[in-house]
Each structure stands twice: as C-alpha cells, then as structure tokens.
Design a protein around this ligand. Structure first.
Ligand code: AMP
Length: 444
C-alpha cells in the first residue's frame, strides 16, 4: 500500500515524500480513508504509531478540497492537545504536511502572552492546534469563534483527562457546532474515555492498531531493583557503564527533576531538566538542545515530556516509576518509534512495588529484573507478575536452630529470577511502605 492508493492529492504526496514517509503506518492506512470519507473516529493508537499524520493529512486534504474560506477570528479545524509541548509538536508536523497547500495553521497554549495569539487569530486560521485552557480564554475574549468549525481532533484524550481537563472539555463541547466531524485519539481506553467518546462522537469507526494498553514491542524493557537512596548513584554507574549518549530520564516530581539534574551537573555531566514550573521558553530551549545532542541527559516529569518527538531516541530511563500506570506506556513510547528498537530501563525501589505491579498488569507482561552488582537493595522489591499479584512481605525468618536441623527459611520468593541468592539471606524485614504515597514522609 502507498499513500497514493489511499487517495491523497499530489501536494500532500509530495510533502510526505520530502519527509521520507514511504509507506503508510497501520494507523494511517485505516484512519486516512475514514477521515476522507467524513467518518468520526475513535482510535486507540499510542505515540510513535504515526497517528499525527493519520488525522492531519486527510484533514488537510478535506480543507483544501473545499477551498480556502476561513472567516475572521475563526478556525475550520481544531486539534486539542493536553500540553504545550504536544501542541507545538503537532503543529510542527501539521505545518510540514501542509507545506505545499494554501492553508494556514497556528498553535495556541497557555504560559505565554495571549495578545500575539489574539492578533494572529484576527484573520482566522484553517487548522488551530490548542491546549484546552487557552482555547477557552480566547473564546471568552471573543478572539475565536467556533461556528465555522467542521472538524475537532482530541489528541491524547486520555492524557487530557489525566491532567484534569474534563471540565474544560465539557465547556468546549458546549461551544462547538453540533454538525461536525470528531476524531478521538487515545493511547488507552478507560471508562472515562469511553464516556467522553459516547458524548462527543457520532457513530465512530473504531481503530485499534496495537493491542490495547500494550507497550510497543520494539522496546526492550527491564527493571533494576535498588534502594531508593541509591538511585542517583546507580544511574550514574549505569550511564558510565553503558556509555549512554542520549537519555531521556523520567522523575516523578519537579523537585526530583531538579535534584537529579543538580547531582548530574555537579559531576560534570551534561544534563538539563524540564518540568511545569519552568517557563515555556526554557523548556523549549532544553528540548532543542537535547534534540541537537548539546545536552546528553534530559530529565523530565510526565507532563513536561508529553509530546516530545525525538527521532531514534535509543534509551528511556524511569528514575521513578509513574504513579499512573498508563504513563509508563507514554514514557517508553519515546523510544522504539517508527519501527526502531529502543530500550527502557526502570530503577525500582521497594516503595514502588505496587506501581510496578500495576504496570505489569496493564502491559500484560512481567518485566525482567536485572540486579546490578554492588547495588542489590537492602529493602528488597517483592516479586510481581502480570496477574497483579505482589508477593507479600514474608514473615520474619526464625533464627536457625543451633543444631542446624529443621529450621526452614522460606526466602525463596524474595530472590528475583536470574539473580544469585545471597550466601546469607538478609533477615532484616522489609519496611512496610505506604503505596502511592507521593507526599513527604512524616517525621517520626
Ligand atoms: P507520531 O506517532 O505521530 O508521533 O509519529 C511518530 C514518528 O513517526 C514521527 O517522527 C513521524 O514523523 C514518523 N512517521 C509518521 N508516519 C510515518 C511514515 N508513514 N513513515 C515514516 N515515518 C513516519
């Protein structure tokens, strides 16, 4: 199959050829004809599947065929994204696909001045990419009317809900014309997403390009168990040992990002961080420097990393596991893109065992554990598997009888597969840890 057989017009075929796209990806092969036929779509497609071209290319064709006729302060198509970074990324892709077409495109998002955006919208734009909050602001200030809107795209809809945009989406829903085409893309399909789809979509065509909630199988994934306090040290050790050149690292909190970046920079390692507290321009600069390999290690929170599209990213490291299991899929979707192979390594401490279990259940696989010599944790990470079972804390082993006879020590469950049992199993009981407690620990 080629893009030409999907019925795309010549200026789009030329743009795709310039970008080096030779064959449609599975999501493109299914979405392009459906969108051209005017259908609503509900697509389960994770990052890295080529979903952006899947909706943007046919959308551009529909708008071109109708002729350029956007009214002042209007948009003919709206693409809603959860974060500024994704909005920028999607807009950059849309502009590339539209390079030979007489259409206008623009991206609006919060965190930057609204006035230039209002000015730009005066003439109207054919395709507007927006984050929900800024879109509502522009609408309320009469800078944007939506009565000419014919297509709405909800990109990474699951993420928009995770980030708490459900109220904004409900508001936007009320602002939309009833007659429109709606395309919903989501990596995962929770009940909330299905409810949203039920409200917003009309007889949608369902597209599922990879088994739902299963991470890209081009990514080699494993876990290194370690004590929490030794994570920075282990990271540096693995980095040196593996001669890592370009790594995207995920930390759970903004403070976590800053602390790791400080530590790495203190060791003379070329690292930078992005998170929601940093101004947009700083985040973009860090990202650009990472993409151009001026920065070797980019540490990010989930929100800030959303929409990063870095070609051939070889390695993603989860310095902390994500609180929401779906984020694991998004994180590792940064590597192994467009058929390339990638690696995703997670540094996991005993506190994170339930998060690990949730990830294994979601991705329906037991992640391989690899012990790093000299970093074996004192607080062992209990065994987990894809069934969601966490092997509970064992009873404190009884002291072996002096005779050396019958004193059974059932520590077998605590030894990871592939790991050599310590010659003298630690009898220190594992601390009972609050699960998913991300707040500061109370002083005793
Ligand atoms: P996406 O899932 O839309 O974020 O796309 C992931 C990456 O795949 C981007 O870098 C796209 O430029 C690239 N890509 C999308 N479609 C194709 C294609 N048909 N052939 C080659 N690369 C593609």
């Amino acid at each position: 199959m080629t893009f030409a057989t999907l019925g795309l017009i010549e200026p789009l075929l030329r743009a795709l050829e310039t970008l080096g796209y030779q064959t449609p990806t599975p999501v493109q092969a299914q979405a392009i004809p459906a969108v051209l036929a005017g259908r609503d779509l509900m697509a389960a497609a994770q990052t890295g599947t080529g979903k952006t071209a899947g909706f943007a290319v046919p959308l551009l064709q529909l708008l071109t065929m109708e002729g350029p006729k956007v009214a002042a302060n209007s948009a003919r198509a709206l693409i809603l994204c959860p974060t500024r970074e994704l909005a920028e990324q999607v807009h950059a892709s849309v502009a590339e696909y539209a390079q030979n077409l007489p259409l206008t495109t623009y991206a609006v998002y919060g965190g930057v001045s609204i006035n230039p955006q209002m000015m730009k919208l005066r003439k109207g734009v054919d395709i507007l990419v927006a984050t929900p909050g800024r879109l509502i602001d522009l609408f309320r200030q009469n800078a944007l009317k939506l009565n000419q809107l014919q297509t709405l795209v909800l990109d990474e809809a699951d993420r928009m809900l995770d980030l708490g945009f459900s109220e904004e989406l409900a508001n936007i829903y009320r602002m939309l014309p009833k007659k429109r085409q709606t395309l919903l893309f989501s990596a995962t399909f929770s009940d909330e997403i299905r409810t949203l789809a039920g409200q917003m979509l009309n007889d949608p065509l369902s597209i599922e390009v990879s088994p739902r909630n299963v991470a890209a199988n081009t990514v080699k994934q494993w876990v290194v168990p370690v004590d929490k306090k030794r994570k920075p040290e282990l990271f540096v050790h693995l980095m040196r040992k593996g001669r890592w050149k370009q790594v995207l690292v995920f930390a759970k909190t903004r403070n976590g990002v800053d602390a790791l970046v400080d530590k790495l920079q203190g060791l003379g390692i070329n690292a930078d961080g992005i998170h929601g507290d940093k101004p947009q321009a700083t985040r973009q600069r860090a990202l650009d420097r990472f993409k151009s390999s001026e920065v070797q290690i980019l540490v990010a929170t989930d929100v800030a990393a959303r929409g990063l599209d870095i070609e051939d990213l070889p390695l993603v490291v989860n310095f902390d596991l994500p609180i929401v299991a779906e984020d694991y899929i998004h994180r590792i979707g940064r590597t192994g893109r467009a058929g390339n192979t990638g690696e995703a390594i997670s540094l996991v401490c005993a506190d994170e065992v339930n998060m690990l279990s949730a990830i294994e259940m979601l991705t329906r696989q037991t992640l391989t554990r690899k012990m790093e010599p000299d970093f074996e944790p004192e607080h062992r990470v209990p065994d987990t598997d894809a069934s969601g079972q966490v092997v509970k804390k064992p009873k404190k082993p009884k002291k072996p009888k002096a005779s050396g006879g019958g004193g059974k020590r059932n520590l077998g469950k605590w030894v990871d597969s592939g790991e050599v049992a310590p010659s003298e199993p630690s009898i220190k009981p594992v601390r009972k840890v609050p699960v998913f407690n991300t707040g500061p620990r109370k002083k005793k």
